[in-house]
Write a protein of this length. Structure first.
Length: 330
């Protein structure tokens, strides 16, 4: 376990994705002091993928050479499935170069630092708890809504990992047993119903059925139904387009059902929504909470605020840095 950092200490946070690796030096207040990006070679060998990570870290020291000997912990947000106890990446679909790859140990061989690895939603939730929208709360439910939906649960200041480190897969909680098939193999997961990808797909399907109703949205997509994206739906809805508002209305209902279940199961002190689609849905947070009255047994659900995440595109860097704090370990 890493020693707890102070406001004067700095750590490195690394965010590994399918196409890029972002890395940053982060201080004890969660401020990203220096950051860099490198391309991720996820289709080559395991060592090629490792080289991408090491390259991003090394680039930080090129910018800030004085930090090389001062960094004693590196936290990495990596695609799952993974084992946060051992730092082994198991078999992530978006990074096929790593199969049962001991990422933490391999990075530690090249740097005299303790290395922590976890998935991005867990780490992002911890960063929000420490420095962001969850600061001041002990129990936090964090969800990043984008291409998919990932969640992190912070209970009494610690990540909920479960027995094997696989807990908090909130994006794959099913709310419709007859719903569409999710990539995970289950039907009706909230991810396949309310992610940015799901919003775009639902709009495309409705447009294919009745294009005359979605003229405004089609204009934004250049007349191509397959080019419709969730941000276009949001833009058209903001302009009052009835068709796009109908698509978003269904999304809000799905999220109300899901978050009602979350409240009944966990009763967090705060619900934090991040990610690209999460930011897009920000004007509707109050409406989601209002609708939860039909989907939540807990009569005090309205006391739990639904708030936007503090960290945006740099959530992975902040999340990686947050893993370096004592208390985040299993």
């Amino acid at each position: 376990m890493c020693a707890k950092i102070s406001s004067l200490d700095r750590v490195i946070g690394v965010d590994v994705g399918g196409t890029k690796v972002a890395a940053g030096i982060v201080d004890g207040q969660g401020k990203i002091v220096t950051q860099t990006r490198a391309s991720m070679n996820c289709r080559g060998s395991a060592q090629d993928g490792l080289a991408s990570v090491l390259s991003a870290i090394e680039a930080l020291f090129v910018q800030d050479a004085a930090s090389r000997k001062k960094i004693h912990c590196i936290g990495i947000c990596a695609p799952g499935p993974l084992d946060p106890r051992t730092g082994v990446i198991i078999n992530p679909p978006n990074v096929p170069c790593w199969r049962d790859f001991p990422l933490a140990d391999e990075v530690a061989k090249h740097h005299s630092s303790h290395v922590k690895v976890d998935n991005d939603a867990n780490a992002g939730g911890l960063a929000e708890y420490l420095w962001g929208a969850g600061r001041g709360f002990r129990n936090v439910f964090f969800a990043t809504i984008g291409t998919g939906i990932g969640t992190g649960i912070i209970l009494d200041g610690k990540i909920l990992h479960g027995r094997t480190g696989s807990a908090a897969e909130g994006g794959h909680v099913s709310i419709d047993l007859n719903g569409p098939l999710c990539n995970c193999g289950k039907k009706g997961c909230i991810e396949v119903l309310a992610s940015g990808t799901a919003i775009a797909r639902r709009a495309q399907e409705k447009l294919a059925e009745s294009p005359q109703r979605g003229v405004r949205l089609l204009e934004l997509a250049g007349g191509d139904v397959t080019s419709v994206r969730s941000e276009m739906v949001a833009k058209a809805a903001e302009a009052g387009d009835p068709f796009s508002l109908e698509v978003l209305d269904q999304t809000l209902e799905y999220l109300a059902v899901w978050l009602g279940n979350v409240v009944d199961l966990l009763e967090p002190e705060v619900i934090i929504l991040g990610g690209g689609a999460g930011q897009m849905l920000r004007p509707y947070f109050h409406e989601i909470q209002k609708r939860m009255n039909r989907w939540c047994v807990n009569s005090r659900y309205q006391e739990i605020p639904i708030v936007p995440a503090h960290y945006g595109e740099n959530a992975g860097i902040a999340g990686g840095a947050a893993l370096c704090l004592s208390g985040s370990s299993l």
